[in-house]
Design a binder for this molecule. Structure first.
Ligand code: SF4
Length: 366
C-alpha cells in the first residue's frame, strides 16, 4: 500500500490524524503517544511537482525545493499538519515559505533541537522544546498527553531501534539485497510504529541464515538513499552496504541506551541526545569521525561511499574531514553528489562500478 491510501486508512479505521514531517530529527515518540501518524517527506525524489520550486533560489537543496513543490501541488493535502524540525536554515525557511508561497494552509509546527547537545544547557533547552511541541501536538490531536502513553511510546521506539540496529549491524548475515533491506527500513518513515516493528521482527528472524549476494563491504555515509537505484548499482557491481550512516537511516538509530529515566520527559530527552552524531545537530566533527571509523572497523568496510545532496551545507561541511579520516586509514572513498533525481546518471553508475572494481582489488584508481 502506498502512503496516501495508508494515511486514509489510518484515519478511517483508527481515527488517527497524520502529520507530514520534514527531515531529519524529531521526537516521533510524542506523535505516537498522541495517536498521530508521522509521514516523513524526504523531497520526494524526482522532478519537482509544481513550479513553486522556482520560487526559491537555485542554490537551495533539492530536498527543500521538491518539498515546497510537493506541498504546493497538494501532494500532502491528505495530512492534518506539517512539522518542520530545525535541521538547517533551508528547512526553517521552508516552514514560512510553504504557507506564503506554497499555498499550505494547515497548521505548521516547528521543533528546534539543540545544535550542540554536549553543552550543559542543551538538555534544559531540549526538554522545554519537547514540552512546547507536545502542547501544539495536543491541540492537533484534541487530547492531553498521558505520561503513561508517552512512556509506552518511548519503549516502543526503543524496541524498534533495537531491531533496526540488529539488522544494520548484522547486515553481512542477512540474505537480502540492499534495495529490499532499505525498503523495509524506510517504511518506518510512514507506517504506524507497531506495524513497522512487526516487519522488523520478521526480518530479524532471517539474520544469520545467509548472506547478501554481493560480497564487498562498503560504508555509506550521506543524507538519504535516493534514488534507490544506487543500491542496485552497488549490489550489481558486487558491493553491499555493510555499514550505514545515512541521515535518514542509521543516524537515527539510537543504540546507546542507559536504563530509561523514570520521568518520561527525561527519557525522551535521553533518546534525542543519544542518537549518533549528525552534522545537522552537532558541529564538532571529532565524535562523528570516531563514529564513522568505528562503523568501518566493525563492518570491515573496504571502501567508503559519501552520498550527499547538492547544496546541503551541513553534510558538505564534514566532507573534507571524512576524506582526511579515511585517507589516513588507507580506505578508498568515492564522493557522489545528487539532486534527488529519479534515476542515477550514467556517469554516476560508471563511477560506482569503477570504485567497486578498484576496492575489490581487480582494477586501478576510481
Ligand atoms: S539536504 Fe541538507 S540543506 Fe537540504 S534540507 Fe536537508 S539538511 Fe537542509
Amino acid at each position: 500500500m502506498t502512503r496516501e491510501p495508508y494515511i486514509r486508512r489510518q484515519r478511517d479505521e483508527h481515527g488517527r490524524k497524520s502529520v507530514a514531517v520534514l527531515p531529519v530529527h524529531y521526537p516521533k515518540e510524542l506523535l505516537t503517544a498522541l495517536d498521530l501518524l508521522a509521514v516523513e517527506v524526504w523531497g520526494p525524489p524526482g522532478a519537482p511537482r509544481s513550479d513553486a520550486a522556482g520560487r526559491i533560489q537555485a542554490y537551495v537543496c533539492s530536498v527543500v525545493r521538491n518539498a515546497l513543490a510537493f506541498l504546493a501541488s497538494g501532494g500532502a493535502d491528505v495530512v492534518d499538519a506539517a512539522l518542520f524540525p530545525h535541521t538547517c536554515d533551508s528547512i526553517q525557511q521552508l516552514a514560512t515559505l510553504a504557507s506564503d508561497f506554497g499555498g499550505w494552509k494547515k497548521p505548521t509546527l516547528t521543533f528546534l533541537h539543540p545544535k550542540d547537545p554536549g553543552r550543559p544547557s542543551a538538555r534544559r533547552f531540549l526538554v522545554a522544546e519537547l514540552h512546547a511541541l507536545a502542547g501544539r501536538l495536543e491541540a492537533l490531536a484534541g487530547r492531553r498527553l498521558d505520561p503513561e502513553r508517552l512512556t509506552a511510546a518511548i519503549a516502543l521506539h526503543d524496541e524498534i531501534d533495537l531491531h533496526r540496529a540488529a539488522l544494520l549491524d548484522g547486515r553481512a548475515t542477512l540474505p537480502l539485497d540492499d534495495r529490499a533491506l532499505y525498503a523495509l527500513l524506510r517504511r518506518g518513515e510512514w507506517l504506524w510504529p507497531e506495524e513497522h516493528l512487526a516487519e522488523l521482527q520478521a526480518a530479524r528472524a532471517k539474520l544469520g541464515t545467509g548472506r547478501p549476494a554481493a560480497s564487498i563491504p562498503v560504508l555509506v555515509t550521506g543524507y538519504v538513499p535516493e534514488p534507490s537505484a544506487i543500491l542496485e548499482i552497488l549490489n550489481g557491481a558486487g558491493a553491499f552496504v555493510a555499514a550505514d550512516d545515512y541521515a535518514a537511516v542509521g543516524r537515527r538509530v539510537v543504540r546507546d541506551r542507559r536504563a530509561p529515566a523514570t520521568d518520561p520527559w527525561e527519557a525522551l530527552a535521553d533518546r534525542q541526545l543519544a542518537a549518533p552524531p549528525c552534522p545537522t545537530r552537532v558541529a564538532d566533527q571529532g565524535p562523528r569521525m570516531r563514529h564513522l571509523e568505528g562503523l568501518a572497523e566493525r563492518s570491515g568496510a573496504r571502501g567508503v561511499l559519501v552520498h550527499v545532496v547538492k547544496f546541503c551545507e551541513p553534510e558538505l561541511f564534514d566532507v573534507p574531514a571524512i576524506r582526511r579520516t579515511f585517507e589516513a586509514r588507507g580506505i578508498p572513498l568515492l564522493y557522489l553528489e545528487g539532486e534527488l533525481e529519479a534515476q542515477l546518471s550514467g556517469q554516476a553508475v560508471t563511477r560506482i562500478e569503477a570504485f567497486v572494481e578498484m576496492i575489490s582489488g581487480a582494477g586501478g584508481a576510481a
